[in-house]
Design a protein around this ligand. Sequence first.
Ligand code: UD1
Ligand code: UDP
Length: 383
Amino acid sequence: MSKIRVLSVFGTRPEAIKMAPLVHAMAQNDELESLVCVTAQHREMLDQVLTAFSVEPQYDLNIMQPSQTLSTITVKALSGLESVLEQSRPDLVLVHGDTSTTFVAALAAFYHRIPVGHVEAGLRSFDKYSPYPEEANRRLTGVLADLHFAPTKQNALNLQREGTVKNVFITGNTVIDALHTTVRDGYRFELDELNGLDYGARRVVLLTAHRRENYGQPMENIMAAVRELAGQYPDALFVYPVHLSPYVQQTARSVLSGLENVLLIPPLGVLDMHNLMARCYLIMTDSGGLQEEAPALGKPVLVLRRETERPEAVDAGTVLLAGVEKSAIVAAACRLFDDTGAWRAMSHAVNPYGDGQACRRIVQDILYHFGRAVSPADDFIPR
Ligand code: UD1
Ligand code: UDP
């Protein structure tokens, strides 16, 4: 019997981090042939991940442009994928999450009548413009998908409420599989500055911010809040790996440059990032992935957004929605600096998003769908 040919298509840093363990799991299975196409919607930040996880794409569309618009990503990726799909003729196209690459790859596969598997399906904020454009990307991808790999039961219920009940699998999030391979005791950072820090003695706050819906006043509020906190807590160190988006670079540098206890650094390699998360005191972020990783590491998170499509850790009490107003962000952070009880209450490790077995489940579910396994995988149940 011939192998089932699976083409994974991704383009940005978070998709690559979450797809890398799955690409490896599929390559190790005798029934599957695993191919990878990157749109390279991100270039440097994608390449950092490909190198860290030793993923070598068969196809690279290399579409990124400085300050690209949603339309240019869409047009370039859609036309580039045309010939990749014609050449590779996969039995299944796998996409991940909610980026422009995700939606466009699902659309391209649909145009070629190739079945689509959606990894990280079913997350919903129920607000079309927040996260923007990700909420719509994820929903549109769901409409085009044939297999839905929902990380949590809540995500599967969201799909069910929309009438999607067939081929929905509850797998856990592959990011937890990735995390199991990256965090280690005694890790030496590639960025040497991070090796010299005494994480026990000095409170290190890790900051990231990049969301399009936060461009403008919200992003300025976030930066102003960090500036105020840095002044109020001179003993703390704010470490900020700044996203390469020109808008984010410009805003971060104009508000936060030159402060003694704010370290503005380039995007970190994923090994450095995960190990820094494991050692820090507090995380302030608008990232989706960090909201999933931090709870597994027992780190409190202040989410710099008005909503989240990841309510599980908020419910578990380790993630707090701080919003995008300066005073609210400052107040939430001050509480975690000044009240050790409040900090401790948010610092317990919980795993609502995965148990490190998501890739095994997804592989089995794919085999089952193609009649090569007798049953689908067990559901992920948080413990
Ligand atoms: C994209 C995703 C977002 C995801 C984020 C992860 C969309 C619409 N948005 O947003 O869902 O959370 O990636 O980080 O798909 N740049 C570089 N080098 C890089 C990466 C980016 O220079 O390696 C710069 C470029 O100028 C690029 C800009 O950043 O034009 C924005 O990149 P883009 O992918 O359009 O948007 P993100 O904000 O990164
Ligand atoms: N990350 C990284 N280096 C950084 C910042 C983030 O490796 O400097 C990782 C992070 O650990 C997580 C992922 O990138 O796995 C999240 O990506 P991002 O915040 O860009 O996107 P989102 O998750 O919001 O879509």
